[in-house]
Design a protein. Structure first.
Length: 670
């Protein structure tokens, strides 16, 4: 079909009216693609259907040839992919003579394919204001068209040394003279060897009445396809026996079978079904969670077509189930693709000719943020073969994938001190462990300082922040948070780990007037309270005596212990037992790791006999401790990492050697 639009406009400026007119010609292709590279010959004869005279024709000179066949020819000319690089068209016309030069022959005229007019000029040669498609009153009595002369003309018209397809569209009625000489038969054979495609259109039915004529045409031309363009017309064998009216349905031409035959003869068949593209994901979809960024690719992988001038367009777009339900995504056209693609995500063009391997591999990739707004959205991965400028019948194949991902859920947040230093001028370190699923989260270390307000209002200072890498199901993800400057006074304060979605606004915050309401992606740890800053200098040890001095006698048992908080650095602890006759010095120093349970646990520690000048329990000195058993222990308080050491000393039996003995303890600052 062809449409011609005229747009007119006018405007008045300073009392002067101006006009503008634009015209638009829209031609709808009769083929499924515009990839035809062929030379078309269209046979036209005013004698076609001259046996039928339209009884109510407004102009007796215009008959079937002028009213119907010429309109068909114009539609074909305007509907073919016309041009020097695609389809070229020339007419083979019956030459109209006043008196035939030969009583039995008919002459035909044509223009060479080297002279190609534009499409509009070619269409206007069929009929226009200057060209009237006349069928003479006595045309039926004229010499019938001669197949032999038509074949000779086709041989002369065919371009020499041309690789283009040569297609001859021949429309005949039953009056055609099919007698051929041996030379004409030889010409037909040469045309076939050269790849000529004959498309024969008949105005009479393919039945027994015309079986002999039809059989001759089939045997002589062996056409690519033979079609009946007047399926409602029963045909006629003599002049003037056919008198249809102008609106008689028997004269209506059936176009689609003819269009298909002309297109197939030129290689414009329906494009082959393309292999489906497929999806490739940057991570397993079963592990996707809300807030995550993922990469989705639309990929093809197939054998390289070495002689193809086509390229593949690969694309990704968002669509809906309703849009998809209205098309067959395995065989879409460009218009359907444009209708169902609601948002383009990615598109690339890959030229197959550039491939060097046996396989052609390419893909389009889109980065998608998995947000709640696009949950259950449908992603279309499609492939189109053709030129970079899309054509309506380019073959398109596609597959879809529905975006499904978990919402994410933070199950538990735990906070424990890793290193609680012994001075307000150094940093402390905490470990915040997060269990659950989520992405794009941040862990923040909050310190709540009690205010003096009567309403007891709490304000939280954000003293540390770090992004979480948690992105898989049910994983415990620890992150270290550092407190850079511990204040001098830190009594009755709380330390909390807050986990929540990260954003630019969150990273600008320095204080919170209240804790966020917990939800699936926001959680806080149990507060750590009553942390105290331990001084760097060691505190005096404490001596505990189990047996009171008033009850001591020769032979009595004596027990005492020395306990000292040896700072967060875990300094050594020494116990001295000195008498005029003996000297026992016990030193203990062993690092202790915190128990993950958070409960302080005492562990045995070595008790070393050392010299008086020893500072780190390394200068060993043998002492007989048969009557003087010792036992050392160490425990670390998890809330502030202070190491508490204990040396338990006993005298199993007081002897004269123990008279006037002295016991004291010392915390050594190394």
């Amino acid at each position: 079909m062809n449409y011609f639009y005229i747009c007119k406009g006018s405007n008045i400026v300073r009392a002067k009216e101006s006009f503008i007119q634009k015209s638009v010609h829209v031609s709808i292709l009769i083929c499924n693609s515009d990839s035809a590279v062929a030379d078309y010959v269209i046979f036209m004869s005013q004698r076609l259907m001259a046996a039928c005279s339209i009884r109510n024709s407004p102009d007796s000179q215009i008959q079937f040839y002028g009213y119907f066949f010429n309109a068909l020819v114009r539609q074909v000319v305007l509907g073919l992919p016309y041009g020097a690089e695609s389809a070229r068209v020339q007419y083979l016309r019956r030459y109209k003579e006043v008196k035939p030069s030969n009583g039995t022959s008919v002459k035909y005229i044509w223009s060479p394919f080297s002279t190609i007019p534009d499409r509009q000029s070619l269409a206007s040669k069929v009929y226009s204001k200057l060209i009237k498609p006349i069928t003479d009153f006595d045309a039926c009595n004229d010499i019938p068209d001669n197949l032999e002369n038509i074949i000779r003309s086709l041989v002369e018209m065919r371009p020499k040394d041309s690789a283009r397809r040569y297609v001859a569209w021949l429309t005949f009625d039953s009056s055609l003279n099919t007698t051929l000489s041996s030379e004409a038969i030889k010409d037909i054979h040469e045309l076939r060897l050269a790849g000529t495609k004959f498309v024969v259109a008949l105005t009479h039915p393919l039945n027994e009445k015309f079986d002999e004529f039809n059989q001759q045409i089939m045997e002589l031309l062996n056409p690519k396809q033979i079609v009946n363009i007047l399926p409602n017309f029963q045909g006629t064998t003599n002049c003037w026996s056919c008198r249809p009216s102008l609106n008689d349905p028997t004269l209506r031409i059936q176009r689609l079978p003819l269009f298909d035959a002309l297109c197939k003869a030129a290689g414009c068949a329906i494009p082959r079904a393309l292999p489906k593209p497929f999806f490739v994901f940057s991570s397993a979809p079963a592990r996707w969670i809300e807030g995550q960024f993922v990469f989705i690719s639309c990929v093809v992988d197939e054998e390289l077509i070495s002689n193809s001038t086509m390229s593949s367009e690969l694309g990704l777009c968002r669509t809906t189930h309703m849009a998809i339900s209205r098309v067959n995504i395995s065989r879409m056209d460009v218009q359907e693709l444009r209708r169902i693609c609601l948002k383009r995500l990615s598109r690339i063009y890959s030229d197959q000719v550039l491939g060097r391997e046996n396989k052609f591999h390419s893909g389009a990739t889109a980065r998608i943020h998995l947000m709640s707004e696009i949950r259950n959205s449908l992603i279309l991965c499609y492939r189109r073969d053709g030129q970079n400028v899309p054509k309506i019948f380019d073959p398109i194949n596609g597959v879809t994938y529905q975006l499904a991902f978990a919402e994410g859920n933070i199950v538990q947040v735990r906070l424990r001190p890793v290193m609680w230093l012994s001075t307000e001028l150094k940093a402390a370190s905490f470990e915040c462990s997060v269990q659950g699923t989520g992405t794009n989260l941040v862990a923040e270390l909050l310190v709540q300082r009690n205010t003096n307000g009567e309403d007891g209002h709490k304000r939280y200072e954000i003293i540390g922040r770090k992004s979480l890498t948690i992105s898989v199901f049910d994983r415990v993800d620890p992150v270290n948070l550092t407190w850079l400057e511990v204040p001098e006074h830190f009594d009755k304060n709380e330390v909390i780990c807050l986990v929540r979605p990260d954003s630019k606004s969150v990273r600008k915050e320095r204080y919170l007037d209240s804790l966020p309401i917990p939800n699936r992606r926001t959680r806080t740890s149990t507060p750590i309270k009553n942390l105290t800053v331990m001084p760097q200098c060691p505190a005096p040890p404490l001596i505990k005596v189990k047996t009171h001095s008033s009850k001591l006698r020769l032979g009595s048992r004596f027990e005492a212990s020395c306990v000292a908080a040896t700072t967060a650095d875990g300094l050594p602890l020494k116990l001295y037992y000195l008498t005029p006759k003996l000297s026992i010095i016990i030193c203990t120093k062993m690092p202790v790791k915190s128990d993950d349970s958070g409960i302080p646990v005492a562990v045995p520690a070595p008790c070393e006999s050392t010299t008086s000048h020893d500072k780190d329990c390394t200068s060993h000195q043998y002492v007989d401790r048969t009557y003087y058993p010792t036992r050392c222990e160490a425990v670390q308080r998890t809330e502030h990492k202070t190491l508490i050491r204990t040396i338990r000393f006993a005298i199993t039996k007081l002897r004269p050697e123990d008279m006037d003995g002295r016991l004291f303890c010392q915390t050594i600052n190394v």
